[in-house]
Design a protein around this ligand. Structure first.
Ligand code: 8R4
Length: 373
């Protein structure tokens, strides 16, 4: 019996050593994942290529700092305590709740979050995503612009992903070409929900600036910012993104932040004469980039716009078909992260097994503890 136990505990410790985030010369291990080179830098953290030994395939792993997440906790998942009950009692629970929601998102145009690893004794949190083999849709600025047909295909994919997020009451807040990723089939999925904001009601206002300046809407950069609605922000940024697809750069471009803001607020949208783009496409971009958010085109009207549907020949799926409501339970929040086993804890277990004691040996006093010999 004693041999069995010690064999088991030896195995446990061995497995833990292999599984713990031990640093070797060039590759780090995290449970079954081998971390490789950095592939991207998003909001809040870097993304590395990761090889999963268990299924022998590659994933994208985002590495986050829990400290930084907590500092920015006001930006991710801000809900009143009454809405979600007791799971919100500690600040990290907000983060876990946000992760539980992200894990339940399931849409062909949203990058899939596979699992989340937490190292309880350390600051790091690891989010494992499906790998999007072709990376970012496009880099800007570029002279290598997309054809109108390819831009339309990417735009339609992005719009379905965005409609799904908005349906889940999530405002992305950092829509731009570099956050749209391509899989090996050439399908676009939205990534980096790091600054996204969950809303209580679909038309609740959002707070605090986030995202990338050149994609900011007039209401977001206006000096008298009040009552900002979330969805029109994403629609403006998606309009600026479609502009990038076709012209290779953002519509308002200035290294000086004050001047950039002035341009976004006051300057008319101008379309270069080359490449030549269909009038109906320019009409759509113009409507998505109407400066007054209350006049800006809404999701439903984007989906039926003649450029998007090729004059009605290629309609988009309905909202009901595209969106299924996701709910997050207490159980989901509990299961939202997988804990990386701690070496110290297993060494403790091993020493307890050796002593045939299930008390913590560090707390056991000679008078009460069993005699190990
Ligand atoms: C990101 C998931 C990517 C992924 C753009 C995040 C950002 C990093 C730069 C978006 C990701 N497959 C974030 C996950 C999270 O929140 O910051 O699956 C992926 C991801 C990135 C790539 C591929 C990728 C590959 C090559 C070049 C750039 C990105």
């Amino acid at each position: 019996m004693e041999k069995d136990l010690s064999e088991i505990s030896n195995k446990l410790v061995e497995a833990t050593i292999a599984a713990s985030n031990s640093t070797t010369d060039e590759s780090r291990h995290l449970n079954q994942y081998h971390l490789r080179e950095e592939i991207g830098q998003g909001s809040y953290g870097m993304v590395k290529l990761a090889y999963n030994e268990a299924d022998q395939s590659y994933y994208a792993m985002k590495i986050l700092s829990k400290k930084k997440l907590l500092r920015k906790a006001g930006l991710i998942g801000r809900l009143p305590p009454s809405k979600r009950g007791k799971a919100r009692s500690t600040p990290l629970n907000n983060v876990y709740q946000e992760i539980a929601l992200l894990k339940k998102l399931d849409h062909p145009n949203i990058v899939k979050l596979v699992e989340v690893l937490d190292d309880p004794g350390q600051d790091k949190l690891y989010m494992v995503f499906e790998l999007m083999a072709k990376g970012e849709v496009m880099e800007i600025p570029t002279t290598d612009t997309l054809s109108e047909n390819l831009a339309k295909s990417y735009f339609r994919d992005s719009i379905l992903g965005l409609e799904y997020l908005h349906f889940q009451k999530i405002i992305h807040r950092d829509i731009k070409p570099s956050n749209l990723l391509l899989d090996d089939q050439g399908r676009v999925k939205i990534a980096d929900l790091g600054v996204s904001q969950e809303l209580l009601n679909a038309d609740d206002q959002v707070s605090s600036t986030a995202g990338t300046p050149a994609f900011h809407s007039p209401e977001a950069v206006s000096p008298q910012r009040t009552n900002i609605q979330g969805k029109p922000l994403d629609i403006w940024a998606m309009g600026a993104t479609l502009y990038c697809f076709l012209y290779g750069n953002v519509p308002f471009d200035n290294a000086n932040m004050m001047d950039l803001h002035r341009q976004i607020l006051n300057d008319p949208l101008v379309f270069p004469s080359s490449p030549s783009i269909e009038k109906s496409c320019q009409d759509l971009i113009s409507k998505m980039m109407i400066k007054d958010p209350s006049q800006r085109i809404a999701m439903q009207d984007i989906k039926t716009h003649p450029w998007v549907t090729c004059g009605g020949n290629n309609p988009m799926v309905s909202r009901a078909e595209n969106c299924h409501k996701v709910t997050v339970t207490e159980e989901d929040i509990k299961d939202s992260v997988k804990h990386i086993p701690r070496l110290e804890a297993l060494i403790l277990v091993k020493s307890m097994l050796k002593r045939k004691s299930f008390r913590n040996p560090l707390l056991t006093t000679p008078s009460t503890g069993p005699n190990p010999t």
